[in-house]
Design a protein around this ligand. Structure first.
Ligand code: SF4
Length: 353
């Protein structure tokens, strides 16, 4: 509950959301990311990670209104995938992903121009946590998109088409995926958009298999090797599972690494009595703890995505009641000029995995 909402107001908001949902019936679907707060997840028709929600959005061909409770790039992705006759609505446009905003299109285009000058075939791959114009850059250059759930398959696809991958904007996911494919650290190149390849030897660039844009997620880089040490000292036999947006040092020290859906599946299907420390967003970890009382589960550290949690029930209510009055609050638009190329990149991803 937000600080400014009294319990009576909250109750009223919840009741009005339920009424609006009932009235809109099959004309509406609410998709929510795993990192949303319980107050939002409770109203969602589907809860999932980026890949699951992208697939859901693609399937909802007969639903005119898709309300997307996640950060902006996710709602934008749904807009790209859905048909022009459908409307995608994002209840709080200020809910953006700072990682996605770490790569701007001008910088990315400048980097791509520099890389194309090298004597090798490079495939651009955008992490789904990126804005539509970056996805379009990939779509128009034989590239694609990946999520943390399918990054390995997407990199394998890219290596079947070219010599190297240019991955943006999450350095950690790119590095962890490269390592999972047996690519050594010296075969990766951290791409600083301020310097590009200035003063870099041709030999080094020739050997580089993955160019890694220097962006990061503040929620996942909060986990440190010392957190793992501490939790292991406290609880004998505890297993550590983390998200691949964590640093390579943290992933190397953990027992497992995987996307939110993989983390959920691994913990939920483990033996009763298993002990887990989970290194990902707190709202999601808290829910896994609540729904798996037969296991001992702790957060590796409490790390909240304060951007995901900007969406509150009152925002959802405004969108739903607006629909009943014929208004489109939070309507998501993607520029026509980039729509097709971004869709090409996303469709390639959905075909790969
Ligand atoms: S958890 Fe990290 S990557 Fe995900 S939305 Fe929040 S800031 Fe972006």
């Amino acid at each position: 509950m937000s600080a400014e909402e009294l319990p009576s107001e909250r109750k009223e908001i919840f009741e009005r959301i339920e009424q609006a949902k009932d009235t809109l019936g099959k004309d509406l679907i609410i998709l929510a990311h795993f990192y949303q707060e319980d107050d939002i997840v409770g109203f969602a028709d589907v809860v999932g990670d980026s890949l699951q929600l992208a697939r859901q959005a693609a399937r909802q061909k007969d639903v005119p209104y898709i309300v997307f409770c996640g950060v902006a790039f996710m709602a934008e992705m749904a807009r790209i995938i859905c048909s022009p006759g459908q409307e995608v609505l994002h209840p709080e446009p200020l809910a953006r992903c700072p990682l996605a905003d770490m790569a701007g299109i001008e910088q990315a285009e400048a980097a791509w121009t520099e890389l194309k000058g090298l004597d090798k075939d490079i495939i651009p791959v955008a992490y789904v946590n990126s804005n539509a114009d970056l996805k379009a850059l990939c779509g128009s250059n034989e590239g694609t998109v990946c999520t943390s759930a399918n990054a390995k398959q997407v990199f394998e696809y890219a290596f079947s088409k070219g010599d190297s991958v240019f991955f943006f904007p999450d350095e950690n996911l790119g590095r962890n995926t490269a390592h999972a494919l047996g690519i050594a650290e010296h075969e990766t190149f951290p791409w600083d958009p301020a310097t590009g390849i200035k003063n870099t030897s041709k030999n080094l660039l020739k050997k580089t298999k993955v160019f890694l844009w220097k962006g990061h997620c503040y929620v996942h880089t909060k986990f440190l090797p010392s957190d793992i040490q501490e939790v292991r000292n406290k609880t004998q036999g505890i297993k550590v599972i983390v998200h691949p947006e964590c640093t390579a040092e943290v992933v190397a020290l953990s027992d497992f690494a995987g996307s939110t859906s993989i983390i959920k599946h691994t913990v939920e299907t483990s033996e009763p009595g298993s002990k887990w420390a989970i290194g990902t967003e707190w709202n999601f970890v808290n829910r896994i703890m609540m729904y798996n009382p037969d296991k001992f589960i702790v957060p590796l550290k409490r790390s909240v995505c304060s951007d995901m949690t900007k969406i509150k029930p009152r925002h959802l209510l405004q969108v739903l009641e607006g629909l009943q009055e014929g208004k489109l609050h939070g309507r998501v638009n993607v520029e026509e000029g980039i729509m097709e190329d971004a869709r090409t990149a996303l469709q390639r991803m959905l075909e790969i995995s």
